[in-house]
Design a protein around this ligand. Structure first.
Ligand code: ASP
Ligand code: MG
Length: 401
């Protein structure tokens, strides 16, 4: 069996943790399996490196940032190879260059294009545990790139797909995917199974367990994932194609406070206004999330949308820059203390009234809804940040999660 095991930063945060992971990998190896290990940087190392960069030059180029950030993963893989070697098992660490992980050119957010598996197969044939840097890539200029924060999950899934692995295990510091963030909803419990689509909604909602591109890729290539803890032997959560029998009405409640609402008020009510606004934002690479357009009032209309806190400055600047000229709006209103609360469930598709139950639970809890958006398997509301816990708990209770 060929197994890809990915360990996140907390799982390799210090010597003891690295040795713990080394032992787990050796156990797998001793069962006669071929073992590929993908690692993140140790602990909060990526943040530490980013802070160092910011301190020395707040406008550091993305190329140099990637050059810096890739050292985090390079450190953890080399130490892991040493730890496994110390247990008497042959191991080799490889970085993105050595594996030939080809990506698109965009530094900081590159997409994997092709992985050359030859070197990996050679090392596996020599009965080595192969430890590969997560998060890294190499672009056509022979420069290092990174796959975006949390990108090591995507490296693991891509390797599992390219190597036709029998299992892809994502190890983290929690027991799996939960019905809600246990810090927000103490009653949250671990799910045994979740579908790719549900996971995708949860991941992009900031549930934080898996990089959403990793789930997209897993779905595309049919790689079944297991999310589990590196700190115990618990079973974890299986992420796979959804199975009609198991479809849950609502699988989980996701919360995300990393949201800023921007209202562009007093726009002309005529064709092309929304187009212009979002074209300007797209031109500045601002990812827009929830969008709300008001009904006309006095010949004018308002459009509000949400972005992440990181994108807010660029979004506000863009709207302000074009506000008077091409957009001709009266006012720009920014609200920072808002948060998203969402329910996700594949069973929603075939059941009416799920959204109504969610809204009723919010009403009963006295939480006002500022904005709503939906997909086939998700309903999201924007609420005041101070109500996040109350809202999530009320919804969690309503659906008896
Ligand atoms: N080390 C990178 C980060 O912190 C990638 C990862 O952990 O997946 O974002
Ligand atoms: Mg992660």
């Amino acid at each position: 069996m060929l197994v890809v095991k990915k360990f996140g930063g907390t799982s390799v945060a210090n010597k003891e943790r690295i040795e713990n992971v080394a032992r787990r990998c050796v156990e797998e190896y001793k069962q006669g399996n071929q073992v590929i290990v993908v690692l993140s940087a140790m602990g909060k190392q990526t943040d530490v490196l980013l802070d160092m960069a910011k301190d020395i030059n707040p406008n550091a180029s993305r190329r140099e940032l990637d050059m810096l950030l890739t050292t985090g993963e390079q450190t953890s893989v080399a130490l892991m190879a040493m730890a496994i070697d110390a247990l008497g098992v042959p191991a080799i660490s490889l970085n993105a260059w050595q594996v030939a992980m080809n990506t698109t050119a965009d530094y900081g957010n590159a997409k994997l294009k092709r992985i050359d598996t030859e070197r990996i197969y050679n090392e596996l044939e020599n009965r080595k545990i192969v430890i590969i840097t997560g998060f890294q890539g190499v672009n056509k200029y022979d420069d290092y790139t990174t796959l975006g924060r949390g990108g090591s999950d995507t490296t693991a899934v891509a390797l599992a797909a390219a190597l036709h692995a029998d299992a892809c295990e994502i190890y983290t510091d929690v027991d799996g995917v939960f019905t809600a963030d246990p810090r927000v909803v103490p009653k949250a419990r671990k799910l045994d199974v979740i579908s790719y689509d549900e996971m995708l909604e949860l991941a992009s909602l900031g549930a934080g367990v898996l990089h959403n591109r990793s789930v997209e890729m897993a779905k595309k290539y049919g790689v079944q994932l297991v999310v589990r803890s590196s700190l115990n032997e618990n079973e974890g959560t299986i992420v796979k194609e959804d199975n009609k029998m198991e479809k849950m009405l609502v699988s989980g409640v996701a919360t995300d406070s990393n949201v800023v609402q921007i209202a562009v008020e007093g726009l002309e009510n005529k064709p092309g206004v929304a187009f212009k606004l979002f074209r300007h934002l797209a031109n500045h690479n601002v990812n827009v999330d929830m969008i709300l357009q008001s009904v006309e009032h006095g010949g004018k209309q308002d459009i509000s949308f949400t972005v992440t806190e990181e994108a807010a400055a660029e979004a506000i600047e863009t709207v302000e820059r074009h506000g008077e000229t091409s957009l001709k709006c009266d006012n720009i209103n920014v609200t920072r203390d808002v948060a998203k609360v969402s329910i996700v469930g594949a069973g929603m598709m075939s059941h009416a009234g799920v959204a109504a139950r969610m809204f009723e639970a919010l009403y009963d809890a006295g939480v006002n809804i500022r904005q709503i958006s939906t997909s086939e398997i998700r309903v999201t509301v924007l609420v005041d940040e101070k109500y996040v816990e109350k809202a999530a708990q009320a919804i969690h209770d309503e659906f008896s999660l």
